[in-house]
Design a protein. Sequence first.
Length: 245
Amino acid sequence: MGTVFSFDVRGGEPAVVRTALEEAIARLHRVDEVFSTYREDSQISRLVRGELTVEECDPEVAEVLELGAEAERLSDGWFSTRYEGQLDPTGIVKGWAAERAALHLVAAGASGVSVNGGGDVQLCGVPGPHRPWRVGVSDPLRPGSLAAVVSAAGVAELAVATSGTAERGAHIVDPRTGKSAVTDLLAVTVVGPRLTWVDAWATAAFAMGSRAGLDWLESLPDVEALLITAGDEVRCTGGLARRLG
């Protein structure tokens, strides 16, 4: 998936959780084998070439494609699983894979889990008594500084995802033109229960631009967001304040 994953796992029976962690890591490697568009032998690459059907792929392929189709529908096409006319579900795979890894560890008995995939984070449970998970949001205009700190206090699951140009340059595509999205935004951070969705919503909102993106994010249930423009303007959804701290 072209990035680094890190795990912070608390509580549970050590041997059981250790085994679950090994399984979660193995699953991430398998996701890369199946979905990578850079590997000629991946199922996605073979699917694009017409060498496989969806039914002949691992069941996870159909699952991810259905999630991508739903994200495209809910975003009115601003999120897409196609690039240059070809199938490319990488925009949703990373968040889905990290979320799935976290839930696997929770199911094994871990009381607190943080899975970070390239800066996008799925949080479950708590890291310790009376202490919530906290995630720093990088300031795209001030390297090394934070624009905000998101707290998972009071919720069992929270995910934080950021899309923007600060780390990887102009890599987000406007699905309506097929070219790099040109907007007034530098970064969009979205907060919600599940990383699969907030990762997709951050990408879609960035492509929309600050005004349309903020209005759309406000319309989504259980979602809050922080948008930073190239003019150093910070725009937030109405309920974001309760998630900061």
